[in-house]
Design a protein around this ligand. Sequence first.
Ligand code: NAD
Length: 424
Amino acid sequence: MLLEATPPLERELNPWQSADARFKEAAARLGLDDGMRKILSTPAREITVHIPVQLDDGRLEVFTGYRVQHSVARGPGKGGIRFAPDVTLDEVRALASWMTWKCAVVNIPFGGAKGGVICNPSVLSQFELERITRRYTAEILDFIGPERDVPAPDMNTNEQTMAWIMDTYSMHHRTTVNAVVTGKPLDLGGSRGRPEATGRGCLIVTLQALRRLGLEPSATRVVIQGFGNVGGMAAKLMQRTGFKIICIIEVDGAVYNPKGLDVLALAEHRKETGSITGFPEGEDIDRDEALFLDCDVLLPAAKENVITSQNAGRIRAKILCEGANGPTTAVADSILAEKRVFVIPDILANAGGVTVSYFEWVQDRQGFFWNEQLVNGRLEEIMVNSFRDVVGYAEKHQVHNRTAAYMLALDRVAFAIKLRGIYA
Ligand code: NAD
């Protein structure tokens, strides 16, 4: 169906549309010519693979997977692989372009890529997931590699998935190539600090925003959606820094305590009961209403399209720190701007993960590994500098933070393309 013919809300929720709207605004403000806009808005390569996999009960199933390399102008493609039943090519495309802009915002030498496999991990065994991962890797083998495209974990994929990808790639190359993926287990060339990196990055930029707005960390009330890798780590680190985590929102409910939740105890409670609800030191509240609690920081760290034209007017947070990719639609941006919410856009806020992935890739290639202090110190330096670059750019050009982040990123990628020239 043509996008013009789709209903407005459906169009708003199409992640490629959101990415495109932000891109167009930044490109227009930068005055990029039509040719450069065409290059920057078109993925360099899109791979679709259909993967036959034998299930544990002997049946054969065919899964569909994608790998989109949006840009390799500044370096190898970089981006996660997600396993989910609702993965679409549009979604993977949007996420790949986000990776290009994200790597450019934090000024690391990578382009942008993303992958996905349409499958439901909750009904698949470890053996089935391993077979899907290995066959998917074999299908995209010629297009990935330390100098080509470096995958990483994303939704429903983890260190184990990366170990399988590394092993499959290494078997074909007849030598161990640990720099082909990041987010690996430490024992296979992973980096210290990587599991915490995205959550830690969120903490670092939130502290910068609080300072800018003259707010005290100890008086900061935080609402977090998603208690997984990003949200769970951010919650623990923010609590350790003195913030009050007043609400955690998950798929099965939301837990609220205006005095601040003990997030370590909540994680323990979930481990024991399988759910965050029923936590004795908190009150169960409606998860859809929890987003609109009065708070200083709202940290969506679950999925796309959480803040839309339908609900942005109800957000009461002073700071929106986008831990997830694309939690806010492009239409919702202007509503948040009217409400003067200080937005730390996803391509800056959650870039801590890719930054430490870059450190992991560097360490693998050096064959020399850093201690955690060095990793965290270098992460902090990059996140603080990137925050300063984006907010400084926004002030200088009188635009919102998101537009500033996109302008900065587009400008850097366009400059690299101009320097390289067009190969023909
Ligand atoms: P994850 O699977 O570890 O955690 C996501 C959590 O969100 C899960 O606990 C899930 O139950 C919960 N969730 C899902 N839908 C929800 C809903 N409607 N309401 C409330 N909770 C819901 O995934 P993650 O790695 O933490 O990634 C989360 C987001 O952050 C994604 O958008 C991802 O692309 C982005 N991101 C992740 C990283 C990383 O390093 N892991 C880096 C950058 C961006």
